[in-house]
Design a protein. Structure first.
Length: 143
C-alpha cells in the first residue's frame, strides 16, 4: 500500500509514531482503517509482510463503510491522466464523517476535519450527484 502511495507522491512515509498513517511532505495524511475485530480476526492487522508497511487501525463503526453501496467514477489528474475510482457511496461517507465528528473521544482537530469533509462531500452530492440522495436506510450511519 505504501508503494502505491509513493507512485502518486514519493514523499509519503509511514509515521513512526502511528503505523496506520502515511504522511507526505505537504502534511497530507492517509490512514488505513478497518472495522472492529470480530471473533478470530487478527489484531493488530498488518497490511503486508514488509516491516515498512501499514498496520490497519480499528475504527468504531467502520463496518458501515464496508457495507456501504459502491460508487465508481472517472477521475482526471491535473496532468490529464484518467482513471476509474472505486470507493464507497459519498452519501454514506459524509454520514459516517458527521457521526464520527460528534464522538466524545474524537480528537478536536480531527472533528473539525471530519465536519469539513462531510460538508464538502454533501455539497458535491447535492450539486453534481443528486441521484445518489435517497431515503434508503442503507445510506444512513447509525451509532
Amino acid at each position: 500500500m505504501l508503494g502505491l502511495l509513493k507512485k502518486v507522491d514519493p514523499s509519503f512515509e509511514i509515521r513512526p509514531d502511528r503505523r496506520c498513517t502515511a504522511v507526505n511532505s505537504d502534511g497530507f495524511e492517509v490512514d488505513i482503517i478497518r472495522r472492529m475485530a470480530e471473533d478470530n480476526d487478527p489484531h493488530p492487522l498488518q497490511v503486508a509482510e514488509s516491516e515498512d508497511e501499514f498496520w490497519a487501525v480499528q475504527a468504531q463503526n467502520a463496518g458501515v463503510l464496508l457495507n456501504a453501496p459502491h460508487f465508481s467514477a472517472m477521475i482526471v489528474s491535473p496532468s490529464g491522466y484518467m482513471a476509474r475510482m472505486h470507493t464507497v457511496s459519498p452519501v454514506v461517507f459524509a454520514s459516517f464523517k458527521r457521526w464520527l465528528a460528534v464522538q466524545p473521544n474524537r480528537d478536536a482537530l480531527k472533528r473539525t476535519r471530519d465536519v469539513l469533509q462531510a460538508t464538502l462531500v454533501e455539497r458535491l452530492v447535492t450539486e453534481y450527484l443528486p441521484q445518489l440522495m435517497s431515503d434508503d436506510p442503507n445510506t444512513k450511519v447509525s451509532p
